[in-house]
Each structure stands twice: as C-alpha cells, then as structure tokens.
Design a protein around this ligand. Structure first.
Ligand code: FAD
Ligand code: NAD
Length: 448
C-alpha cells in the first residue's frame, strides 16, 4: 500500500482546519475531508452567527438606552430576514476565504465524509480510499434532544439560525451555555423567553457569579424555572405545550428550543473496528497529546471529551501538527486555565478556578476579593443592575487562582487578565497596576 498523504484530517471545523493548515505549513501532504461547509459548527451554527445575533441584541438595547437618555426616536424592531442575509453574507465570505487559503497552503480538500477501514486507511463516501500514517479525527458534535414524547416539536440551536421570524414566546429547555446565551439575546430582540432548567445554570462557573447573572436575567424579564423535569411535549390549538413533573403544564409557546448538550459525531466512523476507544457518550478518548489508544490515530476538538470551545480545538490541532510534523516533540496543549465567556446579557467570563474548586483544593487558605457595582452606562439610563467581579487567591503571597467578571465588556476584558494569570499573577501585581478610568475593568485592580 502506498500512502497517498502524510496526514488525513476528518472534519473541516475549527480543529480540523487548524490541524491541516499547521501540518501543511510544516511541509506535510494533507488531505482534509468534510461533506459540509468549511469552518464547521463555529462558523455556521455556533460562535459566529451567535455572536452576530448577540451584537444585534446589544444594538437593540443601546437603542432603548439612547431613548431613555434623551434621543428622540423610538426603538424599532429587527428585520429578522434582512439580518439573516447580512449574517449569511459575512459567513459565506469566511467559508470562501478558507477554501482559498487551503488551496494556497496546498491542502487537498475533499468534500466527502470519511470512515475508517484500518488505522491508516479511510474510505470516502464514493467508495474510494486514502492512506496515511497519521489520521486526525476532528468530526465535532451536534445538538442533543431529549427522547420524550413530542420532542420533534422542538428545535435545536442549529435551527435558530434558520428561523424565518423571531419567536414570540419561546421555551428553552436546559441551563448551559446555549440556553443562557439564546435566552439573553432572543429576549433582547423581542421574544418572551422562559427557561426550564433541570440543574443549576452554567455548571462549572462560579456559583456566586451565576446567581448574580440569574438575578440580572430575571430583572430583564427572562422567566427561569429551576429543577424542571420535562415529561412530554404536545401541540394544542394555541401552540406548543410542555408537561413538566415539577413545573406542571406550561405554555402555549410558539417555539421550543432543546439546549441540553451535544453528541459527538463518531457513530459513522467505524472506530470500534480499529480499536479507538470512546466514552459512554461516544467521545473519542485521548491523552493530553491528543493520541487515541491506536498508534497514528489522533483526535482534537468537540469529538473528544475536553472543553468544547473553538480556541481549544484550534490550539490542540496546532500543537498536534507541531509535534507530528514540526519537529517539536514536546508540543501539547496545556488544558489548565482556559478562559471562557458566556455571551449572556451581560456576558459572564472566567479564567482559572471557581471559589468552590479553590476551597476544595486549598480550604481556608483561599482569599476572595469581590466588587459589586452598577456600571456607569447602566446607571446613566436609570438601570440599577449590578455587575460583579471576583478574584480567587491563595496563600500568603495571594497567588490569583481565578478571575471572574460579570458585566458589560467582560468578553473583551478577560483576555488580557487570562495572560497575567497564566504568568503567575499575584494580587500585589494588580494593586501595583494603575487603573484606567472611568472603566469597568479598573475594578479588577482596585479591590481591597
Ligand atoms: C450555538 C453555539 C455557540 C457557540 N459559541 C461559542 C463561542 O462563542 N466560543 C467558543 O469558543 N465556542 C463556541 N461554541 C463551541 C464551538 O463551536 C465548538 O467548540 C467548535 O466548533 C468545535 O470545533 P470542532 O472542529 O471540534 O468541530 P466542528 O466545528 O463541529 O467541525 C466538525 C466537522 O466535521 C465534519 N464531519 C463530521 N463527520 C465527518 C466525517 N465522517 N468525515 C468528514 N468530516 C466529518 C462536520 O461536517 C463538521 O464540519 C459554540 C457552539 C454552539 C453550538
Ligand atoms: N460562549 C461559548 O464559548 C459557548 C457557547 C455555546 C456553546 N459552547 C460550548 O458548547 C458546549 C455545548 O453547549 P450546551 O449549552 O449545548 O451544553 P452544556 O453542556 O453547556 O449544557 C447542557 C445543559 O443541558 C442540561 N441537561 C442535560 N440533560 C438534561 C435533561 N435530561 N433535562 C434537562 N436538562 C438537561 C444540563 O443541566 C445543562 O444545563 C458547551 O459546553 C460549551 O463548551 C460555548
């Protein structure tokens, strides 16, 4: 058998593209397979269209604020179809840029799905085969639904981007990133939103920060039912009705969004036949170097059980290509202290440990600084919602273990602080930094 390539990458989402580009840069002959659009979930069904809608939600709120402080005109509503076209134009351009860059990088793009025949052979949809000593699985994940009677009446996050019109009254089942983000932005754009959450919101984020966000969401009119247990969904004359074991009969809604997590795309890959091990949910198990249990087969991104974020998939893919083809035998992603922001309204970001996790590790040696305040732009409009910022430190030298920011600009503020934390930030370094005034970020260097 002659190897057709040095590397075959399954999936042209964030992780697959990053791996392919970096490997090609190191001189590898790369084949990149994907039957779908270039950029995968992030570009077409995730970060990008979501953030576009989130911007629209900010503009809607800014319009309202402007009227509150004396601008003359009344806020208008969003022309949903026009904005969908604007988004599509932007996203199509990204897709085209990727195609052009792949061509320039010498990556062979094959618009077909692949599945394993052996550990070094991939069969394409048309039945032809490719061979390479290295294969990277980067097939991502898709939204999950709950297999309850009537579940098909609901949609998943992918479908929100294709909606013809904004739902008037929307139920969201779930309490993770997707549920909280869509609740905030669709409410801001004019939907009446009700969340039905089974567990606490945003598991993995600091509980005090999440409580503060939940208060702000409630103050903006989002109805949140906790400990919900949806049993059935059905349609009646007025719309979609939900029977919930705890919350009782709810509705009618004109739309229902399942936001209950994601399922890795592994069923079709024939992984069992070559010995690649998956967990109970189907995620490919890898070590910290992205190696699976089978020599020469690797995995990056949402298809693994790691944190499902675009920059994680990208960084893991680049490190892997550096190790395999770039002469960097020690290259691997450090999965500690990965910053993350929920694009809620307002955004909530964190890097490092939550207070709960820090106390579990360090007990009474943990010192917490916090600052609650009403951001100037809210106060000016007469809205007295409170931002919250929190530093979780440990020991006599107050090493900063966690930074948490809830409020306007959290998405932009946190990146720089994440660098500092990674470099071993101490509270005294923050104290020694002169503030930028007036800003929200200054609160992080003024805490006592
Ligand atoms: C609504 C939403 C919002 C999000 N917002 C953010 C955000 O703001 N910030 C952030 O960091 N992350 C966000 N994420 C998460 C982020 O989108 C994912 O972590 C990221 O896209 C994962 O990239 P990936 O390459 O692992 O998988 P994907 O991007 O899903 O790519 C997988 C690709 O594999 C292809 N594929 C599947 N099977 C095969 C096969 N057999 N052969 C070949 N190709 C195949 C698919 O067509 C797809 O293109 C969001 C996710 C969602 C759903
Ligand atoms: N801003 C961002 O970076 C961003 C945005 C969206 C998604 N993402 C990534 O995508 C991943 C997927 O997001 P997600 O919101 O789909 O998943 P998630 O894991 O964040 O949340 C899943 C939610 O579903 C709930 N749930 C699970 N089973 C349930 C059941 N049987 N009944 C009721 N509720 C149930 C959980 O309690 C949880 O609240 C995230 O974990 C994140 O890594 C990131």
């Amino acid at each position: 058998m002659t190897a057709s390539h040095d590397l075959i990458v399954l999936g042209a989402g964030s992780g697959g593209l990053a791996t392919a580009f970096r490997a090609a840069q190191h001189g590898a002959r790369v084949a990149l397979l994907d039957p779908g659009a270039l950029g995968g979930t992030c570009v077409h069904r995730g970060c990008v269209p979501k953030k576009a809608l989130w911007f629209a939600a900010q503009w809607a709120q800014a319009q309202q604020f402007a009227v509150d402080v004396g601008f003359a005109s009344q806020p208008g509503s969003l022309d949903w179809e026009r904005f969908r076209q604007v988004r599509t134009r932007y996203i199509d351009a990204i897709d085209q840029r990727y195609a052009q860059r792949l061509h320039e990088a010498g990556v062979e793009l094959i618009r077909q799905a692949g599945r394993f025949v052996t550990a070094d052979t991939i069969e394409l949809t048309d039945g032809s085969q490719l061979h390479a000593a290295r294969i990277v699985i980067a097939t991502g994940a898709r939204p999950r639904t709950l297999p309850l009677p009537g579940f098909r009446l609901g949609m998943v996050s992918d479908d929100v981007f294709a909606l013809q019109a904004l739902p008037h009254h929307l139920a969201i089942v779930g309490g993770g990133y997707v549920a909280v983000e869509f609740a905030g932005l669709l409410q801001a754009l004019g939907s009446e939103v009700e969340m039905l959450a089974h567990d606490r919101l945003l598991e993995g984020f600091d509980a005090e920060m999440v409580d503060a966000l939940q208060e702000l969401m409630a103050a903006q009119g989002i109805r949140i039912t906790m400990q919900s247990a949806v049993q059935t969904v059905h349609r009646a004359d007025g719309g979609i009705l939900i029977d919930d074991a705890v919350a009782g009969s709810r509705g009618p809604y004109d739309a229902l969004l399942w936001a209950v997590g994601r399922v890795p795309n592994t069923e079709a890959l024939q992984l069992g036949s070559i010995g690649v091990v998956t967990d109970d949910c189907g995620h490919v198990l890898t070590d910290a170097r992205q190696d699976t249990h089978v020599a020469g087969v690797h995995a990056v991104g949402d298809v693994t059980a790691r944190k499902a974020l675009t920059p994680v998939a990208v960084a893991a893919g680049r490190r892997l290509a550096d190790r395999l083809f770039g002469g960097q035998p020690d290259a691997q992603l450090d999965y500690e202290n990965i910053p993350s922001v929920v694009f809620s309204k307002p955004p909530l970001g964190m890097v490092g440990l939550t207070e709960e996790a820090a106390r579990e590790l360090h007990g009474d040696a943990v010192i917490v600084y916090r600052r609650r305040f009403t951001p100037m732009q809210w106060a000016l409009t007469g809205w007295h919602g409170q931002s919250l910022m929190k530093l979780v430190c440990v020991g006599s030298d107050e090493r900063v273990l966690g930074i948490h920011v809830l409020g306007p600009g959290a998405d932009e503020i946190l990146q720089g602080f994440a660098v500092a934390l990674k470099l071993g930030l101490r509270k005294r370094d923050l104290d020694a930094t002169v503030a930028i005034h007036p800003s929200s970020a200054e609160e992080l260097v003024l805490m006592d």
